[in-house]
Design a protein around this ligand. Structure first.
Ligand code: ADP
Ligand code: MG
Length: 741
């Protein structure tokens, strides 16, 4: 019963022929009938309603419906051949279509006709144009017969398409695909279909491609979106049930390090920290392995809570590990823990009490000798806390009794990765995941629906809020001058300053992927900065350019250093140590300082080209300042114009320090798949329509339905169609893990 719908897996070559099938596969990644039918239209053009030309974005692949206004053949001076210039219009704005040496097209491209035109919007002498667009003319009076077949409906679907496969060719294929549909098994049980007033799956698929009305298309889309949310929720609930069934070693709380540690803390735990610590402790000493997400805004004291949990495990005789996404962050945790624990983590050293434990750092750059020694101490149980990067997951890292695994910044670790360590322990260890960014409730429920969630919703007392301002560097250069003076003032008061640049060197594009921008934001950022395609833009700020300029210019006389990912581990470590110790006053850096870096004396941050960063990332970055007693100041420097979406994003960041609110904003545009971290491209992802924030209601409803369905039938034995959908998600996640390895 693996394939409940009879012919969904049919290869497209059987439906559209070998050549077209090859193009569909190569251009759009579509291989089976289901792939094709799940390639949903992006939108619909309504016959008679011309596309708003003004709204087209440069560099965008578009399909528009427009009317031909004039046709003109131009000779090219001094060259052979001619240009056919066709001007099309939506009644307001105009767009130029150009064809080289194809004057014969003037016969069919006649003024007054309407057509679909597809191509990439380019700019030529300040005017927008499509060069050599693919087109399909709406048949006029003379060839009506053809019209019937190609334009059967009033609503023409516009598909994600490529130059070789324009939207209407995809539409033709889809029509053949719809004819080939056999029996489709219905994954949503009847009672819910009725309650939700959804069309059945077959109707939904037909209506999404060839809607009878816009309302019908909407309903179809809603239903198909719901399908995605439903299988996602079932996937998560099933996984959660599997976890809950597990049993782990029973442990008892014992007096020891934690007590001593708490006595030494220079501050009171917040009410939130106490509440969350209780939730966690209840889990740690129960028979089922904990699987808990710890979330809270930057600086809310998550790490403190995690460390306390680790200490209570050590007191009860178990070992703990902390997995961090980057070396800098692992280092920071290590240093920080060492400092907080003092002699409590110096087991075996002279004069330490016998309750003391051991803490070590294991990363890719740990020397072989040291590594061996660490692995031994880990194996024989001496090591209470092992901190590290991916190196912790490598072969040969064996614990005597790993009882608690803390994972920092879950976004970057897949489920499979966290399972590597879990599976290696004799008893499944408890897992505590700390998120990098606070996440709205539904997102937590959706993306981490297999975890219990603890939230720290207040900051420790005495924090001075960070003040954030946007500096429009091109419109108001004097403000940037002021900013450098302010750096000197801060340093004069004994404080330290971060200056963050989006890239290492001027010609370097490599940092982009980690910027936290959605693809569309990135495209937008590039467009606004006048950058075309993938060519590295000139004149944008980089560490290698800023560092010497500031050191010898505006910030002359201050102790300035640079930090970026291309430096050796030893260099990075030395710079971080000197910054920690206050020997470096101004640190010019890439986002390597993004998360977790904790230098309370740093009071100011300037983020250059701030429009290059995502909302949550900016929030993370500025969380590095204002950790001490003095107020923090963050300046977002940008050259984008006011009123642009990029500027609005920056203004939003400046207007609030509520990480939950910002994270909502950040997530609004992301697809579920992007948030999950799996499946990068829409075409191959199983989750095509679902958007985490926009579809909040859908997700909540889907979770309820999922719970009801699974209550009576936890393995979905009576609904193989639905289980098949869920299995696809499972496979996708596995595949994405393999890719990352
Ligand atoms: P997070 O991991 O949530 O970003 P941390 O645990 O790193 O936050 O805490 C940020 C800073 O606040 C650290 O310097 C930490 O020592 C300090 N801190 C933690 N809890 C408290 C508290 N209850 N009162 C005062 N300071 C605290
Ligand atoms: Mg932290």
């Amino acid at each position: 019963m693996a394939n409940p719908s009879t012919n969904f897996t049919m290869k497209l070559s059987k439906i559209v022929g070998d050549r077209t099938a090859k193009a569909l596969l190569e251009e759009l990644g579509l291989e089976t009938l289901e792939d094709l039918l799940r390639h949903y239209p992006r939108r619909y053009v309504v016959r008679g309603e011309l596309t708003d030309i003004e709204a087209l974005n440069e560099e965008e692949e578009v399909t528009i419906l427009a009317r031909i206004e004039s046709v003109n053949v131009k000779r090219i001076p001094g060259r052979k051949g001619a240009i056919l210039e066709v001007i099309v219009s939506d009644g307001r704005a105009k767009l130029i279509l150009t064809f080289f040496n194809q004057a014969w097209r003037a016969k069919e491209l006649r003024a007054g006709r309407e057509g679909l035109f597809a191509g990439k919007v380019g700019l030529f002498k300040g005017k927008r144009q499509l060069a050599h667009p693919d087109y399909l003319l709406i048949p006029d009076g003379e060839d009506k017969a053809e019209a019937i077949s190609d334009f059967a409906g009033k609503f023409l679907p516009v598909y994600p398409a490529t130059r070789k496969l324009p939207s209407w060719k995809v539409a033709q294929c889809v029509r053949l695909g719809l004819d080939a549909i056999g029996e489709i098994a219905e994954p949503i049980p009847n009672q819910f279909l009725e309650a939700l007033k959804f069309p059945n799956l077959e109707a939904a698929i037909r209506q999404v491609h060839l809607p009878a009305s816009i309302e019908a298309a909407e309903r179809a889309r809603e239903r198909l979106t719901f399908d995605e949310a439903l299988s996602m929720q079932i996937f998560l609930i099933q996984r959660r049930n599997e976890i809950k069934k597990q049993r782990t070693k029973a442990r008892k709380p014992q007096p020891g390090i934690l007590e001593k540690f708490d006595l030494r803390l220079p501050f009171e735990l917040t009410a939130g920290q106490r509440r969350v610590s209780k939730e966690i402790e209840a889990d740690l000493f129960s028979a089922a392995p904990m699987f808990r997400l710890l979330q809270g805004d930057v600086g809310s004291g998550k790490t403190m809570v995690a460390l306390r949990a680790m200490l209570s495990i050590i007191d009860s005789g178990g070992q703990t590990a902390l997995l961090a996404p980057t070396e800098v962050l692992a280092q920071q945790h290590f240093k920080n823990f060492q400092k907080l624990l003092g002699d409590l983590a110096m087991r075996g050293m002279l004069g330490t009490s016998d309750i003391a434990t051991r803490i070590s750092l294991l990363t890719g750059s740990t020397s072989a000798d040291e590594r061996n020694e660490i692995l031994n101490a880990t194996r024989n149980g001496e090591m209470g806390i092992l901190i590290g990067t991916h190196a912790l997951l490598s072969e040969g890292v064996d614990f005597q009794d790993l009882a608690l695994l803390v994972i920092d910044e879950q976004h970057r670790f897949g489920v499979e990765q966290r399972d590597v360590l879990r599976n290696r322990a004799e008893f499944p260890p408890h897992v505590l995941v700390m998120t990098a960014t606070p996440i709205p409730r539904t997102v937590a429920m959706t993306v981490f629906g297999d975890l219990d969630v603890s939230t720290l919703d207040e900051l420790p007392l005495g924090r001075t809020p960070i003040e954030t301002h946007v500096i429009a560097a091109t419109e108001k250069p004097a403000f940037l001058e002021r900013a450098w003076k302010r750096v000197i003032e801060e340093v004069g008061r004994g404080q330290q300053v971060y200056i963050v640049a989006p890239r290492i060197s001027a010609t370097d594009n490599s940092d982009f992927s980690s910027f936290g921008l959605t693809p569309s934001e990135l495209a937008q950022a590039k467009r606004l900065s006048g950058e075309v395609g993938d060519t590295p833009e000139v004149g944008k700020h980089s560490v290698e350019e800023l560092y010497p300029n500031l050191r010898d210019g505006e910030l002359k006389g201050l102790k300035v250093s640079a930090l970026h990912g291309r430096m050796s581990t030893a260099e990075k470590e030395s710079v971080m140590n000197r910054f920690n110790a206050g020997e470096i006053q101004v640190l010019v850096s890439t986002t390597v300082i993004e998360v977790g870096v904790d230098v309370p004396n740093a009071s100011m941050m300037i983020i250059m080209d701030a429009d290059r960063f995502g909302v949550s990332q900016l929030h993370q970055l500025r969380g590095r300042v204002g950790r001490g007693a003095v107020p923090g100041l963050c300046l977002l420097v940008t050259s984008v114009a006011s009123g642009t979406p990029a500027m609005m994003r920056l203004e939003a960041v400046a207007s609030t320090t509520d990480g939950f609110e910002l994270s909502r904003l950040d997530l609004e545009q992301r697809r579920e798949g992007d948030v999950l971290g799996s499946a990068q491209s829409g075409a191959t992802s199983h989750l095509r329509l679902l958007r985490v924030i926009r579809d909040e209601e859908v997700i909540i409803r889907a979770r309820q339905v999922a719970q009801q369905i699974l209550q009576n039938d936890p393995e979905l034995t009576s609904n193989p169609a639905l289980q098949a959908e869920v299995d696809k998600l499972r496979q996708e996640e596995r595949a994405s893990y393999l890719e990352k390895k």
